[in-house]
Design a protein around this ligand. Structure first.
Ligand code: PMP
Length: 392
């Protein structure tokens, strides 16, 4: 199966000797298409100026470009532009809600969360409850239903797990949260690059994601939140751009989303993210999902007969396969694969509570993108066979 994005559009997919690099670490960060690189380059070059303050035309143009980026990102996830807060990434988006949401009660998380959907709640003083997983590594929503109480004011769950690729039944999660009066925050970091996402249809209250996993630049991401919820939240960082009027006696604040964007924003990165959203929209998130699902099925099928390989996670994982090769530490496997021009991730993937549940210190993880193809699966399988021979 060929890639669905033209791999020639991704300069990062070329290895040091000019051959195809088998990049299977897209869940960590995605390679960038030339249109995103060009958008960033133009925003940093011929179009560059600050936003919101300039009286000269270049700055006015840049302001239009920055606010258009917000519109393009909003439309990518089915939200309204005044409901999109630009952040540094998903981590900052979740921290914003954890610190700023006014009704800090109990939050229900799950055992498979990324550290960035665990630690902010701990630091911000929430009481954290942990929903268990089903045997095949999904968030157990029946257990969540039994655990939720009116004391829970927030439920915060990964839409797609970054380790197991498990896809949450977000509608059901939204229903459960609503039934006790809690809000639902979805960590959409791994979902936006691999599933069609429409926040209105999902029924969630907050949605967080990072640009760099969506084929966009680093240093930019977004928090989507219902307008009335954002309105109820005080600012969490102070500075320029987020104010209405400042005196030493009393400062008043701008409405959302500006209220949450203190300081000169990541102008260039926001424009790059919008270009990435347009690129992914044009290919179609549904097509990307189907493409990655087929690659996952091929890889699982190739690994299943190897009796020294343990496959983690559900069969229908979205674009991500975690596994262990008996007697070979994932880091050693990663090093051997690197010699074969194959890049995987080895480690705890910032999900240590999940590693404890799996009973391993680390996993090897292969993750696909829209540029992945059969040759990547074949190279990975060849590399694993070589590692088995080396380690006997
Ligand atoms: N949540 C999930 C599910 C992730 O995969 C990641 C990145 N690995 C994050 C949150 C954090 O994203 P970032 O580091 O870009 O803020």
């Amino acid at each position: 199966m060929g890639a669905i994005g033209r791999t020639a559009e991704f300069p990062g997919l070329v290895g040091p000797d000019g051959s195809r690099w088998h990049y299977l670490d897209t869940a960590a960060t995605a390679q960038k298409p030339q249109v995103v690189i060009d958008a960033v380059s133009n925003a940093l070059g011929r179009d560059y100026a600050t936003v919101h303050r300039g009286v000269y035309s270049r700055s006015a143009q840049m302001t239009l470009g920055y606010e258009a980026a917000r519109r393009r990102v909003a439309s990518f996830i089915g939200g309204r532009e005044d409901e999109i807060v630009f952040t540094r990434g998903a981590t900052e988006a979740i921290n914003l809600v954890a610190y700023s949401y006014p009704d800090k009660g109990r939050v229900l998380l799950s055992r498979l969360e990324h550290h960035s959907n665990i630690v902010p709640w701990q630091l911000a003083g929430w009481q954290v409850d942990v929903c268990p997983l089903t045997e095949d590594g999904r968030i157990d929503l029946a257990a969540a239903e039994a655990m939720l109480t009116p004391e829970h004011t927030m439920v915060a769950l990964a839409h797609v797990s970054n380790v197991l690729g498990s896809v949450l039944d977000a509608h059901r999660a939204a229903e459960l949260a609503r039934s006790v009066g809690a809000k639902l925050l979805l960590d959409g970091c791994q979902a936006v690059p691999r599933l069609p996402v429409d926040v209105a249809a999902l029924g969630c209250d907050f949605y967080a994601f990072s640009g760099h996993k969506l084929y966009g630049p680093t240093g930019i991401g977004a928090l989507w939140g219902h307008a009335d919820l954002l309105e109820s939240m005080p600012p969490w960082q102070g500075g320029g751009s987020m104010i209405d009027n400042v005196t030493f006696e009393r400062t008043t604040f701008a409405p959302p989303p500006q209220r949450f964007e203190a300081g000169t924003p990541a102008i260039v990165e926001a424009i790059g993210l919008a270009a990435a959203c347009d690129y992914v929209s044009a290919i179609g998130p549904g097509a990307i999902h189907a493409h990655e699902a087929a690659l996952v099925a091929d890889l699982r099928e190739a690994l299943r007969p190897m009796n020294d390989v343990t496959l983690f996670g559900p069969e229908d994982s979205a674009g991500i396969v975690s596994f262990a090769l008996q007697g070979v530490h994932p880091h050693d496997l990663g090093t051997i694969l690197d010699e074969e021009g194959v890049a995987i991730r080895a480690g705890h993937h910032c999900a240590q509570p999940l590693m404890y549940w799996l009973g391993v210190p680390a996993t090897a993880r292969a993750s696909f993108g829209l540029y992945s193809d059969d040759s990547d699966v074949a190279a990975l399988v060849r590399g694993i066979e070589r590692a088995r021979r080396i380690f006997g």
